[in-house]
Design a protein around this ligand. Structure first.
Ligand SMILES: Cc1ncc(COP(=O)(O)O)c(C=O)c1O
Length: 410
């Protein structure tokens, strides 16, 4: 007999249903950090795998050699092998793992085993678009490392080869971490890698934001251009379930990373997530290039359309972006329209249009819905009418959004 549901359970069910309807059917999501997960991957997230363990590990226990701590794992282990092989193919790497639970954990998975104690680490500071997790006081500091700034002072927080190389030569770090939360343009990676390797530093490429574009061959190919380890989140421009991934061509590094994951950075790797990530990797093998190309075309078209309508963006003279992101010119926005990005985002949210409160606009999810560059002027009109003119466009947004019932590239 089913237990009657408590009031709290009924409230929970109502909240989840309301969230799914609001975010899944009633808004256009332009958050650069998010994406829509494909239906098959969502099914796998809800599979029996969600509650299981496996730990394939040849180890001695009480005088016996065992090959897994757990029984019942014959399918789980094959799913993991399939996922890792797909990741290696897609990121053109010799070795890959889908075990890290998130982008942040993927970074730890590389930094914990590969850096000596008290290492000197170069990373882009948050005030120049870098990830807060690499700022002083966060991940490298937790591991006892000192963090020094790698400048990203070019247009749109881009990195200039000459100043990056000069900084690497002057600082002689043990590691350079590339990757940004505000990420518009590829790096001069060959020059940076060459300079880093000349002083004995490893190059880590945090591709969290651009992973889907790297997968589709539309950004840069970090491992081919000299990065030692690629890692990142699987849920920003890459449209997988939330999680992390890591890939490298270097056997010597992977031999240190792989055994260090379990019991140092995490234990259970969440196998339902890995099945969902595997599905997304396989989908990207089929449609990644067209998906990634359309995201970037949409971003550039939306940047142009918004800019033409008076909303200022950085890097206009460089075509706005080569990624899925656009960056509002925050000072220009205040000066010209007397509004801060946070207030603009709240105005847009009331009209069913989501951007973040720090000035980023992203096109990954609307591309998944099926929007194309020729539709960006219509989207820009709605954004400008809602955000700058204070018009009530929510009914129009809803009517348009309701026309997109399934995901493309899935
Ligand atoms: C560059 C970068 N790295 C890592 C992360 C953290 O990823 P996750 O949320 O998957 O841990 C983020 C999150 O926004 C990020 O922007």
């Amino acid at each position: 007999m089913a237990l009657p549901r408590s009031d709290a359970e009924r409230e929970l069910a109502r909240l989840v249903r309301a969230h799914d309807r609001w975010r899944g059917r009633e808004v256009f999501n332009l958050l650069a950090s998010e994406n829509a997960v494909s239906p098959t991957a969502r099914r796998y997230l809800a599979s029996d795998l969600a509650g299981r363990y496996t730990l394939p590990l040849s180890t001695a226990f009480d005088g016996e050699t065992i090959d897994n701590i757990y029984a019942g794992t014959r399918y789980t282990d094959r799913i993991e092998r399939l996922a890792n092989a797909a990741a290696a193919r897609l990121f053109r790497a010799r070795f890959a793992t889908t075990r890290p639970l998130s982008g942040h954990i993927a970074a730890l998975s590389a930094l914990v085993p590969l850096l000596p104690r008290d290492a000197r680490v170069l990373a882009i500071p948050p005030e120049q678009g870098g990830y807060d997790g690499y700022a002083p006081g966060y991940v490298p500091a937790l591991l006892g490392h000192s963090i020094r700034p790698l400048p990203a002072a070019g247009p749109g927080h881009s990195v200039d080869a000459e100043s990056a190389v000069a900084t690497i030569r002057a600082e002689r770090p043990q590691a350079v971490i590339l990757g940004q939360s505000f990420f518009l343009f590829p790096y001069p990676l060959r020059e940076i890698s060459e300079a880093a390797h000349a002083v004995g530093a490893l190059v880590f490429y945090d591709a969290s934001h651009v992973l889907g574009l790297v997968a589709g061959g539309e950004f840069q190919d970090p491992l081919a251009e000299g990065a030692d380890v690629l890692f990142g989140s699987t849920h920003k421009s890459f449209p997988g379930p939330q999680g992390g991934i890591l890939a490298t061509n270097r056997e010597d590094l992977f031999a240190q990373i792989d055994p260090a994951l379990v019991w140092r950075v995490f234990d259970n790797a969440h196998w339902n997530r890995i099945a969902g990530v595997a599905q997304t990797l396989l989908e990207m093998e089929r449609v990644g290039p067209e998906y990634a190309r359309t995201i970037v075309e949409n971003a550039r078209a939306l940047g142009r359309a918004l800019h033409d309508r008076g909303l200022p963006f950085v890097a206009a003279d460089r075509g706005f972006t080569r990624s899925h992101q656009l960056h509002l010119d925050r000072a220009g926005l205040r000066e010209r329209h007397g509004v801060a990005p946070g207030a603009l985002a709240r105005r847009l949210e009331r009209q069913r249009l989501l951007i973040d409160l720090v000035g980023r606009v992203g096109t990954a999810e609307v591309t998944r819905l099926g929007l194309r560059p020729e539709e960006m002027p219509r989207l820009a009109d709605l954004i400008v009418r809602a955000g700058l003119l204070g018009e009530r466009v929510a009914p129009e947004v809803l009517a348009w959004r309701r026309g997109y019932r399934s995901l493309r590239f899935a």
